[in-house]
Design a protein around this ligand. Structure first.
Ligand SMILES: [Ca+2]
Ligand SMILES: [Ca+2]
Ligand SMILES: [Ca+2]
Length: 1017
């Protein structure tokens, strides 16, 4: 015992000595390229906190906008700036957009599926049909997630149009917010002085089998049906038996790549070399599935080489092109193309797998044409190569087809429904002819089928209605889809069996779904006192839920990528930052905890939470899982979640304590983390998460009557706090103790890491209070602001270019890490000079808790400035891939602004507004209900109003803050005007009110609390 204690104290001395040296070291001579004075103009600072108006975008700004308007985890559909639909990733395929300059670029989201709406105006004996798109005239986008809003006006046109587009979004009602459907309200307003007759026409392409069309034998079916006074365009596809007529002609092998050279094929660039590869290349995983000895393999000298390989011209003289393909899955970047007249008419990519598999293209429609094959590698980085072999022309498809037709990922149904009876098909056809010269494929036939390779759209029109001068009329349409063949299935398939049933459900429940969605929008945006731009920013990232990033599987498990299509497994450390889903749809996060972290990803022997639902450890993710578990408990209506999961939560925390090794509250070993590297030695990035996890563990252990474990957590916590302050506090911020001689790479040592207080921010979110002393916490945040936030990232990034660019020179941003007081670590923590919105929100949220509101708003405004339309899609904050989950840290800023504290099982709710506390109003969400909170403060009274607008809210106690000089107060509590007994306790400005009995507020109920300083003060 004694010798052990002595050893510990010697060790402590050594570490202390090392720490002291760190502080004594001189500042570097080189200038820190992040200015301490941010030089923000007074106008800029003032605008940060102004309430302001809803943003309206027009002209060039419309180009980049792509607002997700589908249901949560049902794929990804964009409302573009001009009101047309884009992206259309609803067919169970998520496309990874890359990172850095690949996805931080200015572009208009594409629109691979033909659809739209048009105004029909009867003018004398003439009928004018005017599509709603950017050519309409003056077009404005004023959408705020979840409700898209586009307005159309045109010179000399008597009708103004306002179109709302959204999928039902009702916090705490995940199922009705996860409908594979979008509602459109098209409102026509007669702005002229004469009565007009007008209606709306809608059309939709049959995109069923959009990806597989050229590789299957099928027909598309389009029907227009009337049902309960509604009209539906129903698109499906059916497999057709292959014609047996002609005996197949012999195959023609275009290339088998068995020679030493590419023969008469033309290679350009470096990726192809002088001739075909002989199997696997150096550094590559094993390549298999090719025929003979040779193949095309562009992993030559690794993934970073690029080039093209083009065949000589040949005649398409058979019905199919068959080939073997493997390698990367990037559209246009690691692909094989069939070129006719220089245009790619067919394309295929690998599946991020080295094994080559048979694929084919149906080219019946191209027979007799002259074509070339082009193999393309335009990609660097992971899976930036393609493998191809054995390209043949044949009358039969290769055996490697796409699998059973009814299991194809893009097979399902697609519906456009009108809430009313449509015009007769014949009359709709008359509208199409003159108006849609640009689309020959548009029809209004009631029942039609055609080869799956043909692209056709069906249209329907409302009956025209009389519009008196200045009057309006709204037409309701619903777009619905049903594509069940995701490998893990969709939750929505447990409720619906086709798109028509989805559309009928939406129309049957239309008023409730639309009213509640609008009520949320009203409560969050309209009724709030917070700056409108800030609300826009903080809520826009929630749209990530309605993108390819997120899945809600048939099993009921919520699962996610980090960004669309990349980095799997609801990564614990990336999702450490994302607060929004837990507060808005706690049921989804509870499923991720139970079915992943404490389910499939949990090792019951060790307590390890695999950070991608695997068996791999990430130190920050492991600690964050405890915090998330506690958060999910707080966001529950009762303690059943905690009861079910407590044994595993405890075991997971014990795993972290085991990493600590000696119960001293510092984790010193190798710590894999969200920077995709390992920190070595004690640091407050993992350390603060660990201490916050211990604090959460203490609370949960007490709730579960596990006093011994609560005490152990407290003891380790106490030691960790003391040792951190002794060893890691450098006077301005927290550093890392690491032996750089032993670990020269990926550490930050004396650097200022933006995430250094991650766990402290978390602790505030969960009302766990301070981990480290408040003064030092505030000082560290001031240092992060001073050293790491640049109003222009240009100068710093010029000296130290980032690995990936997520901000450009001239734009503001917060660097991951800088070294203001010690020599720059050239091989320091990975991603050190990058700018991640998730970290910016994390830091901003924490700053708000510490009353550094201006700095916090500037950080958020920096994101807003970078994501201005005309430059970038404001709804798509990127990192590795689009719609990156970390960005949902924005909700942490929102809850901080309200000083929100909530404990569902205990029925406790509290607020401490950080902006305009004299007149503050904001939306809040609890376990089973949401509403609006208002605080007003005058010299002689403070009034709190909790108005429940949806669901119910169980309340037993409340907490508010009053001016510090109110040392005693009297309070009154009114529930819908009925007085409620209460016992208030005031301590240092914090007023805790225990209600005389538990209340359950119902929708429309109001709780009013009046607080008055006692006379004589
Ligand atoms: Ca071969
Ligand atoms: Ca390459
Ligand atoms: Ca330790």
């Amino acid at each position: 015992m004694t010798s052990h204690a002595v050893w510990v104290s010697i060790l402590t001395c050594i570490l202390l000595w090392a720490g002291t040296t760190a502080i004594a070291q001189e500042a570097p001579k080189e200038k820190h390229l992040v200015p301490a004075d941010k030089n923000l103009s007074p106008q800029y600072v003032q605008r940060l906190s102004e309430r302001g108006e809803r943003a309206i975008y027009k002209g060039e700004e419309l180009e980049t906008i792509g607002m997700p308007v589908g249901g949560i985890a049902t794929g990804q559909l964009y409302l573009r700036g001009d009101g047309t639909l884009g992206l259309w990733q609803i067919f169970n395929k998520q496309i990874f957009s890359g990172y850095g300059r690949d996805n931080y670029r200015t572009y208009r989201p594409d629109s691979p599926v033909d659809s739209g709406f048009a105004v029909v105006l009867e003018s004398g004996d003439k009928t004018v049909v005017r599509p709603l798109n950017k050519d309409f005239g003056r077009v404005e986008f004023a959408g705020e997630y979840p409700i898209g809003l586009v307005r159309y006006k045109a010179e000399g046109f008597p009708i103004e149009v306002e179109m709302e587009a959204f999928s039902p979004f009702i916090p705490l009602n995940a199922k009705d917010s996860a409908l594979p459907a979008t509602i459109f309200h098209v409102t026509l307003k007669n702005t002229s002085d004469e009565t007009q007759r007008a209606g709306v026409l809608g059309w939709l392409e049959n995109a069923v089998c959009c990806d597989s069309a050229k590789a299957v034998h099928a027909a598309r079916y389009s029907r227009i049906v009337t049902d309960k006074g509604r009209t539906l365009i129903v698109h499906t596809a059916e497999e057709t038996p292959r014609a047996q007529a002609d005996a197949p002609r012999p195959k023609i092998v275009l290339a088998d790549f068995e020679g030493d050279s590419y023969g008469d094929w033309t290679a350009a660039g470096e990726a192809f070399g002088k001739g075909p590869a002989r199997g696997t290349l150096p550094g590559q995983q094993r390549v298999s599935g090719f025929l003979g000895k040779g193949l095309v393999n562009t992993f030559l000298n690794g993934d970073d080489t690029q080039g093209t390989l083009t065949s000589p011209a040949f005649e398409v003289s058979r019905k199919y092109v068959n080939f073997l393909i493997g390698g990367g899955s990037r559209t246009d970047r690691t692909c094989i193309n069939l070129l006719v007249d220089g245009k790619a008419v067919r394309t295929a990519v690998g599946k991020d797998n080295e094994k080559l598999e048979w694929r084919f293209w149906n080219v019946e429609d191209l027979q007799g044409k002259t074509a070339r094959i082009e193999i393309v590698d335009r990609q660097t980085g992971g899976w930036g190569h393609v493998n191809v072999d054995q390209i043949e022309l044949a009358d039969e498809p290769s055996q490697g087809n796409l699998g059973p037709f009814d299991k194809l990922p893009d097979n399902g149904s697609l519906v456009l429904a009108l809430a009313d009876e449509a015009l007769a098909s014949k009359n709709t056809r008359d509208l199409l002819e003159p108006a849609f010269t640009w689309s020959k494929r548009l029809h209004a036939t009631q029942d039609v089928n055609y080869p799956v390779t043909e692209r056709r759209s069906a249209a329907m029109a409302t009956k025209t209605v009389k519009l008196a001068p200045k009057s309006t009329r709204t037409f309701t349409f619903v777009l619905a889809w049903f594509f069940p063949n995701h490998p893990q299935g969709h939750e929505y398939t447990s409720r619906f069996s086709d798109a028509a049933k989805v559309a009928r459900y939406v129309l049957d429940n239309h008023d409730r779904l639309a009213d509640e969605t609008r009520k949320w929008h009203q409560t969050f945006y309209e009724d709030s006192t917070l700056p409108r731009w800030l609300l826009f920013r903080l809520h826009s990232t929630v749209s990530t839920l309605a993108t390819g990033t997120c899945q809600w599987r048939q099993s009921g498990r919520f699962w996610a990528w980090e960004g669309v299509g990349c980095c799997e497994g609801t990564c614990t450390h990336v999702w450490n930052y994302a607060h929004a889903p837990a507060r808005l749809f706690p049921e989804l996060e509870r499923s991720a905890r139970e079915m992943q972290d404490f389910g499939e990803g949990f090792d019951p022997n060790s307590g390890l939470v695999g950070f991608r639902s695997n068996r791999t450890y990430a130190a920050d993710g492991q600690c964050g899982t405890i915090l998330k578990a506690y958060r999910e408990h707080l966001c529950s209506a009762d303690d059943s979640f905690l009861r079910r999961n407590w044994p595993r939560i405890k075991k997971a925390l014990e795993f972290s304590i085991k990493q600590d090794g000696n119960d001293d509250g510092l984790i010193e070993n190798s710590q894999h983390n969200t920077y995709d590297i390992n920190f070595e030695g004690p640091n407050t990035f993992v350390g603060s998460l660990y201490l916050a996890a211990l604090a959460a563990g203490t609370e949960m252990a007490r709730d579960m009557d596990d006093e011994p474990f609560a005490e152990r957590c407290e003891k380790v916590f106490g030691s960790g706090v003391d040792l951190t302050m002794e060893r890691l506090w450098d006077g301005e911020y927290f550093i890392q103790l690491v032996d750089l001689a032993k670990h020269p790479k990926n550490q930050y040592e004396k650097g200022c890491l933006s995430d250094q207080l991650f766990g402290q921010g978390w602790a505030h979110q969960l009302a766990l209070g301070y981990i480290y002393p408040p003064e030092q916490v505030k000082q560290a945040l001031r240092s992060i602001w001073k050293y790491n936030w640049a109003p222009d990232i240009g100068p710093y990034n010029e000296a130290h270019p980032p690995e990936r660019w997520f901000a450009l020179p001239g734009e503001p941003g917060l660097f991951t890490c800088t070294w203001p007081k010690s020599p720059y670590l050239k091989e320091g923590v990975r991603y050190r000079e990058e700018v991640w919105t998730g970290i910016e929100y994390q830091v901003a949220g924490h700053m708000v808790w510490e009353n550094m509101v201006t700095e916090a708003l500037a950080l958020c405004r920096g994101v807003e400035d970078r994501y201005q339309p005309a430059k970038h899609n404001p709804f798509n904050e990127i990192e590795c891939g689009d719609h990156y989950a970390r960005g949902m840290a924005s909700w942490g800023v929102y809850t901080a602004l309200a000083g929100f504290e909530y404990h569902g099982p205990k029925g406790h709710l509290g607020f401490a507004p950080r902006m305009t506390p004299d007149n503050f109003r904001a939306a809040f969400t609890a376990a089973e209900g949401w509403g609006s909170f208002t605080q007003t403060r005058k010299a002689d009274a403070q009034r709190e109003q909790i108005e429940l607008r949806w669901g119910r809210l169980k309340l037993k106690s409340l907490a508010f803050y009053v001016p510090k000089d109110w040392t005693t107060v009297e309070t009154s509590v009114l529930w819908n005007d009925t007085p409620i007994n209460s016992s208030p306790v005031l301590r240092d400005g914090r007023l805790e009110i225990e209600l005389g009995r538990e209340l359950t507020l119902a929708k429309g109920n109001e709780l009013e609390i009046e607080i008055r300083p006692k006379s004589g003060q």
